[in-house]
Design a protein around this ligand. Structure first.
Ligand code: GLA
Length: 711
């Protein structure tokens, strides 16, 4: 009988506690009332800690007006245990078998893996909770198996629910819109639920499937902070629940539409992975642990094989107005400023001369490219660049050959009219024949041409996601998409794929298991991008973040920002250019070439270093990327808004070796107009740079400084 936990009735004889350790984190799982539950998830505990102490410390007496036996906040909180909050599983057979009461029957423990099997014979339900610790990141799933003799309808099923300590009372959600993704919003938790649902059928711009939960006063460098993310590219539900008894938890799950999941006897359903990590080094610690996890994945090693090539993307230069001569001239200009990969965006296929027609017809347009893409690709390659191509295989314009031949292939909810969204309808990737056709169409392009990179776009919500059989098909679509991407990856392992959905509408660890970067946002406005990229950086490292230098006047915000600022913002991601290079004046072109060269000089650091976002003054954006061994750092400091006083606050750096001396050198902008005693650099101790900080120069809003520190 485990120690300290009150009124516990153990039905099986399992050792009471299991632990997983990362370098910085510890997870302790305890079997409570026969069900596995998280006892502790937090900063690393001493190796020799007697785990029973944790339950003794948490023990409490019965409160007034409470059940005689407190139902555990288990991995799957269960209706059958009388859990007073949201259950982790809601399923039934025609209204029966709804009160699941699965108890632990088996535990498997590996080096960094735990699996718990629980069974409810009476209701024909089996649950398998699997936890893996990958570095400092927990990756956990729940699998439900229908052990009954009739179909089981599943309304929801959460990956393991993770408790939060009561003193973690604030949630940071990530919200936004097209061209304004990854904006942070803080919420104080109170009794009840913080709920975020996404029914857009893709990861979405407005309800990113991730959150941070922090203790009072935690900031970028200090305090306890948790990060959570659901690796899933479809509908989802995020719930942070606070019960009247003080218990608090995070559940993240795929959101199933009515009747969407029906399990035949013997059939199983596995949830997407919930990822979580925790740090007492504030929000920055959490982000660095997520980054380290993503970088350690075997699939990430593809990106390590060579430096991330600088991109040129044709979209904002030509839109749908493709002309080989103009594109070849752009390719020449791109190569001249240092570009290494030329990506031909939308408009090259079928009748796609605007966004009103042609989607679905993945054959090179003979009107625009009478000799196919060959001549353009040859030109690009002769200039020493790789070639990339835009596709959007999940979609069809009603005005397309594909739709005329197969109007039944789109998702729809008859008799409601099919409501177009950017003049297009979504194909049903739940259908095998649709997946086969789109696989073959894309594969044919990859076989015919030397294509190094696909920009895989997805420009509408699945807002009427009815499948052929009349059932909801949003989940099947996402699984179908994953299948097609996996198949392409297996057949064309050298081809890199970007995940784009009207900008950053499909950025998550699920799609990133089969793609190599994300198009972060359609906004190339360098100031808006600062906050978008900062939000994105909470979960993803720089090398996965597409970041482009846009035209002189931003096409989306109409704002005119200097080339040095545009460079300074794009330089800290997987850098690219998306502008008509013929429209830039000589100074802008020279600054752009210098910016690309600066990126190349430092990209090994940017794409591998540890990110330290800095809590700077309001109206200032600052961060440092520090080499893993502390030997160098690149610091970005941008004046976003005019400051109240004559001088901005001192900037304290982070992440440096306090004992080392660093050579500080201003490397950007090319022409710094401000007077600044430090403009010629200097030599400073890490501790001084971090504890005293330095006085930045007076800068106009819209000015960015980059400096390099070398130990
Ligand atoms: C989406 C993408 C853009 C561009 C267009 C093309 O909006 O986010 O980058 O590719 O589609 O139609």
């Amino acid at each position: 009988m485990p120690f300290g936990y009150r009124k516990l009735s153990m039905t099986a004889s399992f050792s009471a506690a299991y632990r997983l350790d990362g370098a910085n984190v510890t997870m302790v799982v305890e079997v409570i009332a026969g069900t596995p539950a998280v006892r502790y998830w937090g900063p690393r505990l001493p190796d020799d800690l007697v785990l029973e102490e944790l339950s003794a410390l948490a023990a409490r007496a019965e409160a007034n007006a409470s059940p005689a036996v407190e139902a555990p906040l288990a991995f799957t909180p269960q209706a059958g245990q009388g859990f007073p909050g949201r259950p982790g599983l809601a399923a039934h057979r025609g209204g029966l078998d709804w009160a699941s009461y699965a108890l632990l029957v088996d535990v498997e423990q590996g080096a960094s893996r735990l699996a718990f099997t629980s069974r409810d014979e009476a209701h024909g339900i089996e649950l398998v909770h699997e936890l893996r610790l990958l570095g400092d990141v927990l990756a956990a799933t729940t699998k439900l198996i229908n052990r009954g003799t009739a179909a089981l309808q599943v309304d929801h099923l959460a990956p393991p629910v993770i408790p939060l300590p009561g003193f973690v009372g604030e949630v940071i959600g990530f919200e936004g819109r097209w061209s304004g993704e990854f904006q942070l919003r803080r919420h104080q938790l109170s009794m009840g639920s913080w709920l975020r649902e996404n029914r857009r059928g893709r990861t979405s711009h407005d309800a990113f499937p991730g959150l941070f939960a922090i203790e009072r006063d935690a900031n970028e460098t200090r305090g306890l902070a948790y990060g959570f993310h659901l690796g899933w590219s479809g509908n989802h539900r995020l719930v942070v629940e606070t019960l009247a008894d003080g218990r608090r938890s995070v559940a993240m799950e795929a959101l199933y539409l009515p009747g969407e999941i029906m399990l035949a006897p013997g059939e199983g359903l596995e949830t997407p992975v919930i990822y979580s990590t925790v740090s007492d080094a504030g929000l920055g610690g959490v982000s660095r642990q997520f980054h380290a996890y993503l970088r350690a994945r075997p699939e990430h090693q593809r990106l390590r094989a060579k430096p991330r090539p600088v991109h040129y993307n044709s979209w904002e230069a030509v839109y749908f107005d493709h002309d080989t001569a103009k594109l070849m001239a752009l390719a020449e200009r791109a190569a001249a400023v240092g570009v290494e990969r030329f990506v031909l965006d939308d408009g090259w296929f079928g009748s796609r001369r605007s966004d009103r027609a042609g989607l679905g017809d993945w054959q090179v347009s003979p009107d625009v490219y009478p000799e196919g893409l060959g001549p353009l690709i040859e030109k690009v390659r002769s200039l020493g660049m790789e070639f990339g191509l835009w596709v959007e295989p999940e979609m069809a314009n009603p005005d397309s050959d594909l739709y005329c031949a197969h109007p039944e292939w789109v998702l729809a909810t008859p008799p409601a009219p099919k409501i177009p969204f950017r003049h297009q309808l979504a194909l049903d990737f739940g259908r095998a024949e649709v997946r086969e056709r789109m696989y073959l169409d894309v594969a044919a392009l990859l076989e015919e041409y030397p294509i190094a990179y696909l920009k895989w776009d997805m420009n509408r919500d699945l807002s009427q996601p009815g499948g052929a059989d009349g059932r909801a098909g949003a989940t099947a679509h996402v699984k179908g998409l994953y299948e097609v991407l996996d198949r392409l990856r297996a057949a064309f392992p050298a081809v890199e794929i970007e995940s784009c959905a009207s900008g950053g509408g499909r950025a998550d660890f699920g799609v990133l298991a089969r793609t190599d970067r994300v198009w972060t946002s359609d906004s190339n406005d360098a100031l808006d991008r600062l906050s978008i990229q900062r939000g994105f950086s909470h979960f993803f490292p720089a090398e996965l973040m597409g970041a482009h230098v846009g035209p002189t006047r931003c096409h989306i915000t109409g704002r005119q920002l200097s080339m040095p600022l545009r460079v300074a913002t794009a330089l800290f991601g997987h850098m690219g250019i998306e502008a008509d290079l013929g429209e830039l004046d000589a100074q802008e072109t020279a600054d752009l070439a210098a910016g690309v060269a600066l990126h190349k000089a430092h990209r090994a650091l940017i794409h591998s270093g540890a990110l330290h976002r800095i809590d700077a003054a309001e109206g200032v954006n600052a961060f440092a990327i520090v080499a893993e061994d502390g030997s160098e750092a690149l610091v970005s400091y941008t004046m976003v808004e005019e400051q109240r006083g004559y001088f901005a606050e001192p900037l304290r750096l982070a992440g440096l070796d306090p004992a080392a001396d660093y050579e500080l050198k201003v490397v950007w902008p090319p022409r710094l107009k401000a007077e600044w005693p430090l403009r010629d650099g200097g030599r400073f101790r890490g501790a001084a740079l971090m504890q005293a900080g330095f006085q930045p120069p007076r800068l106009h809003p819209g000015t960015a400084l980059i400096f390099h520190l070398k130990r």
